[in-house]
Design a protein around this ligand. Structure first.
Ligand SMILES: NC(=O)C1=CN([C@@H]2O[C@H](COP(=O)(O)OP(=O)(O)OC[C@H]3O[C@@H](n4cnc5c(N)ncnc54)[C@H](OP(=O)(O)O)[C@@H]3O)[C@@H](O)[C@H]2O)C=CC1
Ligand SMILES: CCCCCC(=O)/C=C/[C@H]1[C@H](O)CC(=O)[C@@H]1CCCCCCC(=O)O
Length: 292
């Protein structure tokens, strides 16, 4: 929403132009050789409209069998969110089966975080601990998604609860939020650990570059313990997308990954749903359903 997004892959929304974001839908009629009526298509630049005329070149055709007809999964678990979780862990997490690793995830009950924790477990971490913003979210992580433990950062002492729930320290940290939560996690990481620098949502309203600068203490912690913390951006791994989507699809279909969504009906509720998501009103992927 800023005049300059600071990221070359995202252009700012313009006043008086239609807002856009990730979307999925069905082609109603087509004059484009690559899209036919009935095709299911997705785009990162889907206009917030009930109907739109879109250029075929900006649409990706998808196979609805990959999600057993549950089209919204193409925006979440079997889409950019699932890819972010899977490729983030595989490219930057260095998870190794049999290595007895503990993974911590911040923003753990959100779209990326809820999938990342489940993949951490499937890839071989022996403990997976989530940090999130409500008791309901903590309950969902442990009881529905199989996390080892969950910490409510709004009500609990995060440092003390991490000590309790990660008795062997932290080896891998999937960071969605940055700020004080991440400083606390990094302080308890083991030598040779890995931070997956996925996002820093707690800092997005500040006028700072990405990634936001770290405190001296946290920088010193990373250096002295030889912890890697490399920037991860899903768009840099497009050659791996097809295989990754197939893997995510298989996990979702076989219920090895459970998908959480918060669904709001009606285009008139899109703005409110977006703001709610930024404040933690969602569990899993925030979806707005425009029509069946
Ligand atoms: N690197 C990449 O390629 C990509 C990175 N991302 C990043 O992944 C992260 C998660 O995105 P996404 O899954 O879409 O969104 P989520 O579904 O996780 O929704 C955002 C969540 O962030 C949490 N949150 C908001 N403000 C704060 C805060 N100040 N401190 C701690 N938590 C906060 C809220 O949960 P709670 O109730 O727990 O506070 C909220 O539900 C973001 O940082 C995003 O930028 C996303 C896509 C690609
Ligand atoms: C033009 C297509 C963009 C598709 C990639 C994507 O999904 C980006 C999503 C951003 C969303 O619009 C808001 C965010 O928080 C997402 C990504 C932010 C990534 C954090 C920074 C990563 C980096 O630049 O290193």
């Amino acid at each position: 929403m800023n005049e300059d997004t600071g990221a070359e892959y995202l252009t700012p929304w313009q006043l008086s132009e239609c807002v856009d974001g990730g979307g999925v839908g069905v082609v109603e009629s087509s004059r484009c050789p690559t899209c036919a009526e009935g095709d299911v298509v997705t785009s990162f630049n889907w206009p917030w409209q009930t109907h739109a005329v879109m250029a075929g070149s900006g649409l990706q055709k998808v196979d609805s069998q990959l999600v057993d007809g549950h089209l919204s999964y193409f925006l979440g678990a079997v889409g950019i969110t699932g890819l972010t979780a899977l490729l983030g862990i595989r490219e930057k997490g260095y998870v190794t089966k049999g290595a007895n690793q503990t993974m911590v995830i911040s923003g753990a009950a959100g779209a990326c975080g809820s999938i990342a924790g489940q993949i951490g477990r499937l890839d071989g971490c022996v403990r997976v601990v989530g940090i999130c913003g409500s008791e309901d979210k903590c309950k969902a992580l442990v009881e529905d998604l199989g996390f080892s433990a969950a910490i409510n950062y709004r009500q609990e002492d995060v440092a003390a609860r991490l000590k309790e729930s990660c008795p062997a320290g932290i080896d891998v940290y999937f960071d969605n939020v940055g700020g004080a939560i991440s400083d606390t996690v990094i302080a308890q990481m083991n030598n040779g650990g890995h931070v997956i620098l996925c996002g820093q949502i707690s800092q997005y309203n500040k006028d700072v570059p990405y990634p936001p600068p770290l405190s001296e203490e946290t920088q010193e912690n990373l250096q002295s313990k030889n912890i890697t913390r490399e920037r991860f951006m899903v768009l840099n791994y497009m050659s791996k997308v097809d295989a990754a989507l197939f893997e995510l699809s298989q996990w979702v279909k076989s219920a090895q990954i459970k998908v959480l969504e918060t669904v709001v009906n009606g285009i008139e509720n899109m703005g409110a749903a977006f703001c709610s998501m930024m404040k933690g009103g969602n569990i899993g992927k925030q979806i707005i359903k425009i029509s069946a």
